[in-house]
Ligand binder design. Sequence first.
Ligand code: HAS
Length: 546
Amino acid sequence: MIQKNLRGIILVELLFPLVLLLFGVYHGVLQVLYRSGVIQDLEFAGINYYRGLTAHGVINAIVLTTFFAVAFGNAVISQQLKHAVSARAALAGAALMVLGTLVAAGPIFAGKADVLYTFYAPMRADPLFYIGVVLLVVGSWVSFWAWIPGYLRWRKEHPGQKTPLAAVGIFATFIIWQICTLPVAYEVLVQLVPWSLGWTSGVNVVLSRLLFWFFGHPLVYFWLLPTYVMYYTMMPRLAGGKLYSDFYGRLVFMAFIVLSSPLGLHHQFTEPAISSGYKALHAVLTFLVAVPSLVTAFTLAASLEYGARQNGGNGLFAWWGKLPHFDKERWLFPYLFLGLVIFILGGITGIVNASYSMSALVHNTSWIPAHFHLTVAGPVFLAILGMSLYLSLGLLGKKCAAPGMAVAVPYVWTLGVFIFSAGLFYSGLHGAPRRTNLGISFLDSTSNAYRPDWRIGEYVGAVGGILMGLAVLLFVYVLVRSLASARSAQLANSFALPVSEPYHDEDIRVVRNFKPWVVAGIVAILISYVPPLVQVLSANYPLVSE
Ligand code: HAS
């Protein structure tokens, strides 16, 4: 059971970003219209291309994901560790996150922060944008700290007992987050805020990008791991079975603590000052971080097979048909399962990007948004949608009022995201740049730069993007109708997140303690980042202002 005094906080953390998501998705649909040349202008309805792209990236990739990770973390830790969350600290965390989001939203919509979600210098934003982002992140730290005393208490009261796997996954998520946000906090507080206030003459751009990408890659695992918590600890139960191996679940979460951070240079293969030897090291480490996801693929496939066979499935492949793909009672299942299917392609394209030589072909082309819409906008986004609906209705004691439509949403989204990505992969391989308003440049037939060969990919992308927008509208319909339905106090009081039993419940000491994994992670960071940091600092780049 989830603590009563946390329920209101969790609901705000789930529903507040879902309201903002409407703006985020609206600007996503506009993106495909600009890029395909349907809109041939600098702006639409008073909001220019880069302002819309900033709102799209910040809301969807930073705000929604951070709020969700905290909300879901609060729910999991409270349920699994027997009310271990300090409600006061959770409230303070949530308040800081809401305040930070509102403070950052002002400059974005006022046109004073057209810097995209990566806020690369020397593009400069209003100081309030940076301060808002800092408050959002600090709020998420406070929320994390709210779990630690209760966790230590739980361990004292349950000597020798394994920490529940879902709680291990949530702690791994936030340990990674705590580590990776420190350098970006330095970048923002020491480099960007003083510069945007006019107190310093400029920014060491190469250093700021090194600090940003130290954060930028582990960030993707901060997005992914709450989804993995659902895959490992809830999906097997929804499929009617058990988690194939508890040990592999724990091993995967611990491995991410070590492997998530020491590889950010794969975003900087084309940048100066850093030696090719260290770029190559980061490429190898990037291949290594795919291993926990490959382990996940096999463990989850085995868990799904076990569930399907319990449901009467048989044969080599026919058992897939016995999974609850269209079951209205278990509408959460397709949000998780289809995310997995999407992630097969997201993962493969990630491995392509990691290669030192292939990255040169696809870097900064529309291939990259195609890749990340199959990851963060695939498994992560579908899990966020499904679990936000599941948790908010459960906490309020309501039932899904349109379960058939709830099942349809992930299918429409999956179709949309596959079509969208196919188009963007195609035009990316033909050299179409990302983050570019193609409608007023390369896809304007009157321009000297006109590239008719990019049109087809961008048209296909637009069809997919519109379908994705439609899926979100259907989701909003389901959510609003369900929230408006009658409340049952009995349902609210008996609500709990599903928990999968393990099929193999191995007890292996090495995955029972976070400490050695955190230490190994820090050592890996020092080995992989100190020399590149020295290289960047000793290159003595001048400070750049505009
Ligand atoms: Fe990535 C760029 C490499 C994973 C997000 N990535 C990005 C950017 C984002 C992003 C947002 O090496 C752009 C940043 C920007 O704005 O510039 N990425 C990887 C690699 C992985 C990877 C190696 N990325 C993610 C995840 C993300 C994400 C996860 C978000 C959540 N990525 C890169 C690189 C770049 C990059 C370079 C920079 C490129 C450049 O040049 O700019 C790996 O973690 C992927 C491992 C995953 C797998 C898949 C396992 C499959 C599973 C599904 C099993 C299915 C089952 C169901 C069981 C190996 C678990 C079966 C069902 C049936 C029907 C068969």
